[in-house]
Design a protein around this ligand. Sequence first.
Ligand code: HEC
Ligand code: HEC
Ligand code: HEC
Ligand code: HEC
Length: 169
Amino acid sequence: MISTQALLLLGPMRTLLAALLCSVSAFAYDFVGPETCRGCHPEAYARWKLGKHARAKDSLTPAQKKDARCLSCHSPNENDQGFAHVTCETCHGGGQYYTAAYVMKDSELVRLVGLVDPSEKGCRTCHDASSPSLKPFDFVEKLKLIDHWSAERAKRAGEKPPKPEQKKK
Ligand code: HEC
Ligand code: HEC
Ligand code: HEC
Ligand code: HEC
């Protein structure tokens, strides 16, 4: 974790963002929507679009689409953010402040202003005992089924070959 003092030493841009962060951190960040992510992450978008998260609301009948209980997992950010299904920002956090290219390239800053590293715990907020699957949720196996990052990382590796110590990733 980076201290506020360290942030202040890192120049005016970060000072500004740190101040901004302090003033907004009590609230959830607004969503920009998957089409915005698509502009810079076409591979990740294409893979997500093929999966069930991108169609989660479509599994509900018209009556169920009005049931807040069902929407809480099948379309959790529709009423507050206006984006249906289980979308990029449901897992990665609202992109209001982190989607500018210069922020996205800074792995510390991007997390300070809202990018979330999706965790097993996050999956389990929906994939739990009250969802209809007969089998218990196996994180490692299920993670493979939503892989939209390998293509991203391959592209990045092709553009600038990774340093030897990064090859394991
Ligand atoms: C203006 C272009 C742009 C937009 C829009 C954008 N990204 Fe990014 N994103 C990038 C760049 C550039 C990187 C850094 C990749 C690299 O290191 O080469 C990145 C990195 C990431 C990473 C990895 C960050 C890390 O440090 O591990 C995630 C996750 C991510 N983006 C998710 C998203 C999501 C979700 C959205 C939509 C809400 C989004 N991005 C919108 C350009 C963008
Ligand atoms: C706690 C989160 C959660 C809630 C609440 C929830 N679901 Fe689901 N639902 C899931 C998950 C996760 C799956 C996928 C399970 C799997 O295949 O492992 C799922 C799957 C389904 C499927 C099967 C979709 C398919 O592709 O076969 C239907 C239909 C469904 N849910 C309807 C509903 C209805 C109707 C409600 C409200 C009464 C509801 N769900 C509430 C999490 C939830
Ligand atoms: C169900 C949750 C979930 C959804 C929805 C989701 N992601 Fe992800 N995303 C993840 C997880 C988990 C990882 C990291 C996997 C790992 O590191 O093993 C990831 C990784 C990434 C990465 C690669 C980061 C890196 O380090 O290289 C990018 C870029 C990304 N996601 C963008 C998106 C975009 C764009 C969307 C929507 C089109 C999206 N994600 C939808 C969970 C999700
Ligand atoms: C906001 C709730 C939510 C979160 C968070 C979430 N999921 Fe899901 N997921 C769902 C719902 C709802 C479905 C069922 C979609 C449908 O078919 O209607 C689903 C379906 C799936 C499926 C396809 C069905 C299956 O079991 O094969 C996989 C794989 C999956 N999720 C993996 C993950 C992983 C891995 C994470 C965490 C990185 C995650 N999900 C986070 C709600 C969620």
